[in-house]
Design a binder for this molecule. Structure first.
Ligand code: URA
Length: 275
């Protein structure tokens, strides 16, 4: 964290308003590294300097941390699994050492790959998941067969599932370059490689093209296994599923299994969506 003026530090630490902090400084009640400071404008480095008021140390509240993980297939979205299966927490072990309060924002099925957010900011995490916020998530699915115009219309307008009608969704069957890009992103995710083996042989790729297709689904809700259930309901079961985007965040070229901290502007955009 950058250096800041002493009165701003005191205000951020919740000791006093900036005006009151100036009064504390002028009254000689504040020390920096043991030395009394009475003039205004002194800067402190929150990571290195020791600030005290009336001899009591003062620290800034811990900053929240938010990360984006590229979840591979085969990992359960949980912080611990009694059955001992691989968990997303294991992929975030280093980050959890530094930020033990991290938790996944929502969940991806064990076989689903792609973007999974982690944060230790409860308000942000729960705000993003709140049904009223309607944060958009973008999925790429490899499905059996090719949805026709009627299937796409049903998916867009709302499909009746056992927990009710789905909200309008963005749906397109991906062809040409978009389809090839989706194939690359879904890659060897769970389902896709097994499907290739079953329909494979020498002409595996051709068989896949003939029997499966790639579909982009943009949802503004997040029910359990929703994309799989929607596509199944219109007769095109999902073979492999990948989440490419969550609100304004996209996975980009982050390798599978890797994570990265969000930039300040990215967190600010998420906070806008969550509030
Ligand atoms: N929808 C699903 O069906 N599965 C996921 O993992 C995420 C969304």
């Amino acid at each position: 964290m950058a250096e800041m003026r002493l009165q701003k530090f005191l205000a951020r630490a919740g000791v006093a308003s900036r005006r009151h902090a100036e009064e504390l400084i002028a009254a000689g009640r504040v020390t920096v590294n043991g030395a009394r400071v009475t003039e205004m404008g002194v800067k402190v480095d929150p990571a290195a300097d020791m600030v005290a008021v009336d001899g009591a140390p003062v620290a800034l509240p811990e900053e929240n941390a938010t990360f984006l993980l590229h979840k591979p297939a085969g990992y359960v979205t949980t912080m611990s699994d009694p059955q001992g299966r691989p968990t997303v927490a294991a992929l975030m072990a280093d980050e959890l050492l530094a930020h033990p309060g991290l938790f996944p924002v929502g969940r991806l099925d064990t076989d689903t790959t792609g973007l999974l957010l982690f944060t230790d900011d409860g308000q942000l995490g729960h705000g993003l998941l709140h049904p009223r916020r309607h944060v958009e998530k973008t999925y790429l699915a490899l499905v059996e067969g090719v949805p026709d115009a009627g299937d796409v219309r049903r998916l867009r307008e709302g499909v009746l599932l056992d927990d009710g009608l789905t909200l309008p969704a963005g749906v397109r069957v991906l062809e040409g370059a978009d389809g090839r890009r989706a194939a690359q992103l879904i890659g060897e995710g769970a389902g896709a490689s097994g499907y290739r083996q079953r329909h494979g042989g020498k002409r595996g790729r051709d068989a896949l093209a003939a029997r499966g297709s790639y579909v982009e689904v943009r949802l503004r809700e997040g029910r359990n296994r929703q994309v799989r259930r929607m596509l199944e309901a219109v007769g095109h079961p999902v073979i492999a599923l990948h989440r490419e985007a969550f609100g304004p965040l996209v996975l980009g070229d982050l390798p599978r299994g890797a994570s990265r901290p969000l930039a300040e502007e990215e967190v600010a955009r998420l906070k806008e969506l969550a509030s």
